[in-house]
Design a protein around this ligand. Structure first.
Ligand SMILES: *Cc1c(COP(=O)(O)O)cnc(C)c1O
Length: 399
């Protein structure tokens, strides 16, 4: 079958939950991807902030192959060494005390929510509990994770989800405070909102939430699924603000392509006990081996250092572009998590980028999101800016 025939087949067979770009990706090398017709693309989306190490990383691939030949799966009835090692690396990097492995970011959020509800239940079982989440937040598509996701159109068709969730204005501490009452068990936020349009938290906002949670014995949940794993220049984005949450969720770049996530808690918040929670696959030897290789390669290749340097350079280039073109209304972001807000269709820009060999994705309703592999170089950034300018010029005018 040729590319068009495969695409037709996919449209017949798969549930239509995505409007996909009309290409089939076939292989990758470093910062580049190739489609089945042999066309080459510079990748600034990394499979939605996942493939931090770049494609076809030999050390990562070898690590997985070795583990496949040894043991892929055991279930959580037994211990396995890759998971023990991965948990210890994650604790050290995050400052958390306990790790529960999941298969996705969504499931990490489910566990985080259950942890907060159980924590409050243990204090008083005869009461219902509420959660405060943020507008334009994104936490996943299961019933629980969806319930705390800010975008109304994602939630509305599914009716009543997990009891009361209030949506506060992001970066508005007074708005959060207005929803706090004796039933509040958790406040959940992303230190840098991804899907909602790349909004970084103000320091006073996130520090104010920390203080509020301390005063009222509320659990603070930081969703680091997208902004974590070094993307903003520190291993977890909350570390840029000098605070520590009570619960952290992580996924996406955690396994760099092997589906794995986790939620982590401080000891005080470790409310879940035997029987409260579980998973068949979570933290199996193959997934955990992926995490271990990712952490090792981050160190060997000084990934965080590259995020700082390349991230700063990307920021400067995007500032210049924002100055230059009137259709770019704002540039926001940190490190290698950047967004440019536009007053023209960002979907058209992303489509025209694809034609010119550049993979970009959108966020929110009017934002081009850049979440490249964390190995990106200045040369890659220059190449991206060159292509992006062509796409912008096709769609908009100079200032
Ligand atoms: C992607 C994402 C999720 C959901 O993760 P999945 O692995 O798709 O289930 C949750 N929170 C944030 C911030 C995300 O970006």
């Amino acid at each position: 079958m040729n590319t068009q025939e495969y695409i037709q087949q996919a449209e017949q067979d798969l549930l239509h939950t995505y409007n996909r770009y009309p290409i089939i990706l076939d292989r990758g090398e470093g910062m580049y991807l190739w489609d089945t017709d042999g066309k080459k693309y510079l990748d600034f989306s990394a499979g939605i902030a996942v493939f931090a190490l770049g494609y076809h990383n030999e050390a990562y691939n070898q690590g997985l192959k070795d583990q496949i030949d040894k043991l892929i799966h055991t279930s959580n009835y037994y211990y396995n060494i890759p998971a023990i090692e991965a948990a210890s690396k994650m604790k050290k990097a995050s400052g958390m005390d306990r790790v529960f492995f999941t298969n996705s970011g969504t499931e990490a959020m489910e566990g985080a929510i259950k942890t907060a509800k159980k924590y409050a239940y243990m204090k008083n079982p005869n009461q219902s509990y509420e959660i405060i989440a943020m507008n334009h937040s994104f936490h996943g598509r299961s019933m629980g994770a969806l319930a705390v996701t800010g975008t109304k159109k994602y939630r509305e068709p599914f009716g009543e989800l997990i009891g009361t969730v209030h949506f506060a204005k992001y970066n508005d501490l007074e708005s959060v405070k207005s929803f706090v009452n004796h039933k509040t068990c958790a406040i959940v936020l992303e230190a840098v909102q991804g899907e909602g349009g790349i909004f970084p938290a103000d320091a006073s906002f996130i520090q104010g939430i920390r203080q509020l949670c301390d005063e009222r014995d509320i659990l603070m949940i930081c969703d680091e699924v997208q902004c974590g794993m070094g993307r903003t220049g520190t291993m977890y984005a909350y570390q840029q603000y000098g605070i520590k949450p009570d619960i952290v969720t992580t996924a996406k770049a955690l396994g760099c392509g092997i589906p794995v996530g986790a939620f982590m808690t401080v000891e005080r918040a470790a409310s879940l006990q035997p029987g409260d929670h579980g998973t068949t696959y979570g933290g199996n030897p193959l997934a955990a081996a992926a995490i271990n290789r990712v952490f090792e390669i981050y160190e060997q290749e000084n990934i965080l250092e590259n995020v700082k340097l390349a991230g700063e350079y990307l920021g400067e280039q995007l500032d210049k572009l924002t100055e230059k073109y009137q259709c770019i209304t704002e540039h926001r972001g940190m490190g290698l998590m950047r967004g440019i807000e536009m007053n023209i269709s960002v979907l058209d820009v992303a489509k025209s980028a694809l034609k010119h060999g550049l993979i970009l994705i959108t966020a929110g309703t009017n934002v081009i999101r850049m979440v490249p592999p964390l190995i990106v170089t200045k040369e890659n950034i220059d190449e991206m800016i060159g292509i992006l300018e062509v796409c912008i010029q096709e769609n908009c005018s100079h200032k």
